[in-house]
Design a binder for this molecule. Structure first.
Ligand code: PEP
Ligand code: MG
Length: 311
């Protein structure tokens, strides 16, 4: 008698549960967009721009030197557009460039990159973008072109901000690039304790959302290098101090009408989802393979909250 073939992939319920908390998906490479969209996620919580650039194997400066500014902008437009198409009209939160110098150094043209002792504490994210507005302008031009093409589901997310000053400067550059911040959805990542403590001021600067980058928020709150195996057992996204920062940010954001979300790896963990739903987060973004489990966990916690409220 024939035996049933063993299922390679754990079967998941075909029904996507309806939840008040949105469950989104992280997309690290545009090629994964189709699979990501098929999860039924409510949108993309994090689309990383750097993979579109690192895959060119040249630094932006080198690529531009050889191919011109327009070719560079087109690369960005096409990378984002593939994902925005796949998800339309679901939102695609696209993060501006956030590669540390040690990653840029490995690319052709990378020898010019600063050699830093602590790249993770150095020249990356919004710091680099604000320091080189002429390079950041290419990314913003890509967004402007996407809006012109009608991709109003594209959102702009700023990495590694520390305070409202970072946000005001970035906002001014958006305006200079022909993007109307009042009309578009844009926001910040909460990745440093400083940013968590400054979220009210950032709300006043006009952000629509704040998204927890718990990989970095954990690293910087606990002073534990996220890539150092010797302290790997101390890297705990559920550490009470990390959770307290998250909880305070969610509360402040609720008071200021700013959406909250998580796009770090911890968003794929059921324990974190449970904590966040109880705190009242607006959305959770998980890795492709974790989306369905997170959807069900969110549903379970929401139902329990509802039951508790009527008991
Ligand atoms: C994070 O820090 O949690 C995050 C999502 O950004 P990255 O992992 O790219 O630093
Ligand atoms: Mg980060």
């Amino acid at each position: 008698e024939e035996t049933e073939p063993v299922e390679e992939v754990r079967p998941q319920s075909p029904v996507k549960p309806m939840t008040a908390t949105e469950v989104k998906v992280n997309v690290s490479i545009p090629e994964a967009a189709e699979r990501a969209a098929a999860t039924g996620a409510d949108g993309v919580g994090l689309l990383r721009m750097e993979h579109m650039i690192l895959s060119l194997n040249q630094t932006p400066a080198k690529f531009i030197e050889e191919n011109g500014e327009d070719a560079y902008i087109t690369e960005l437009v096409e990378g984002i557009r593939g994902v925005a198409d796949e998800f339309y009209p679901r939102p695609v939160r696209t993060r501006t460039l956030d590669a540390p110098t040690d990653e840029f150094r490995q690319l052709e043209g990378g020898a010019d990159e600063p050699d830093e002792h602590n790249p993770m504490l150095g020249y990356r994210g919004i710091r680099r973008s604000l320091d080189r507005p002429e390079v950041f302008a290419h990314e913003l031009e890509a967004f402007r072109r996407l809006y012109e093409m009608g991709y109003d589901n594209v959102e702009i997310m700023l990495p590694l901000v520390n305070d409202a000053e970072d946000v005001y400067q970035a906002k001014r550059l958006m305006e200079e690039a022909g993007i109307d911040p009042e009309k578009r959805k844009w926001g910040v990542m909460i990745e440093t304790p400083a940013s968590a403590l400054a979220v009210e001021e950032m709300a006043n600067a006009g952000i629509d959302f704040a998204s927890f980058g718990t990989n970095d928020l954990t690293q910087y709150t606990l002073a534990v290098d996220r890539n150092n195996e010797h302290v790997a057992d101390r890297f705990d996204e559920l550490h009470p101090s990390v959770l307290r920062l998250i909880s305070d940010v969610i509360e402040t954001c609720r008071e200021n009408d700013v959406d909250t979300s998580i796009c770090g790896q911890a968003g794929s963990k059921p324990e974190m989802a449970q904590f966040l739903v109880n705190e009242g987060i607006s959305s959770i973004s998980a890795n492709i393979d974790a989306v369905r489990d997170v959807q069900h966990e969110v549903k379970r916690v929401e139902q329990k909250l509802l039951l508790d409220s009527v008991r």
